[in-house]
Design a protein around this ligand. Structure first.
Ligand SMILES: Nc1ncnc2c1ncn2[C@@H]1O[C@H](COP(=O)(O)OP(=O)(O)O)[C@@H](O)[C@H]1O
Ligand SMILES: [Mg+2]
Length: 223
């Protein structure tokens, strides 16, 4: 783990399962930091550079985005002191294992988006093991909860994570079409004023608050 005295916190957003919301949550969290006048940088380490491509469609996201494939350069991230939060969006395949390991080695914390569907449980557990092995503190974030499901879906997702010994944030993210739609409209979720936009911001703000608290604990040495 890099020096916690550095001004830039580095948070890796990872899961070896594709489509669980890594890129979505990365951009939404960067937007949350920007919304409260913070400086956020999104680093896309996916060879396909999908996040950079998507972020370039945003009119005025309020955060910076860069593409970085060289693991040696990732190590230098910890020396970047301009940002309040650096979010590293990682690829969701085993091909990206080496890059993922490099990112994990150079981060202060990892967020693992989790969708409670059978195909994503084993990859989540595998990702968690890789992060734990590197000694990095991390938490799963339950994503894509049906807003109509009441509390049941959240409880079920938590139970699956508990059975696998994966720590998780209490805050979770509900499923809204506003995530892809806001991107299409060139806006971040914090700039999105359409239906359910407030719900989306509420979810992401809660995740961000929990993340900031986790980083605060690391900074004060009580994590
Ligand atoms: N909470 C959510 N509600 C609705 N759609 C979501 C949510 N999270 C992710 N998605 C959608 O799921 C798809 C995959 O998300 P993405 O962030 O690209 O996953 P990953 O980066 O893990 O492959 C995208 O179309 C995205 O818009
Ligand atoms: Mg992605």
């Amino acid at each position: 783990m890099p020096d916690t005295g550095a001004a830039s916190w580095i948070v890796a957003v990872c899961s070896q399962k594709g489509g669980v919301g890594k890129s979505t949550l990365t951009m939404a969290l960067a937007a949350a930091v920007a919304d409260s006048a913070g400086r956020a940088l999104v680093v896309d380490v996916d060879p396909q550079a999908t996040t950079v491509e998507e972020a370039e469609k945003l009119t005025d996201p309020g955060f910076d985005v860069t593409h970085e494939l060289d693991p040696a350069k990732l190590a230098q991230l910890s020396r970047l002191r301009r940002y309040d939060l650096i979010l590293v969006d990682t690829p969701g395949s085993l091909e990206g294992q080496e890059v993922l390991e490099q990112v994990v080695d150079n981060a202060h914390f990892a967020v693992v988006p989790f969708v409670n569907e059978p195909p994503s449980r084993t990859p989540t557990q595998r990702t968690a093991a890789l992060i734990a092995e590197a000694g990095l503190p991390y938490a799963a974030v339950v994503n894509r909860i049906d807003p109509r499901s009441g509390g049941d879906a959240v409880l079920k997702a938590r139970r699956e994570l508990e059975e696998r010994g994966v720590p998780y944030f209490r805050s979770f993210v509900r499923s809204y079409t506003g995530y892809p739609d806001s991107l299409d409209a060139g806006k971040t979720v914090y700039q999105w004023r359409a239906r359910y936009g407030a719900n989306m911001r509420e979810d992401i703000s809660r995740v961000n608050a929990e993340l900031q608290r986790a980083l605060g604990r690391i900074g004060s040495g009580v994590a």
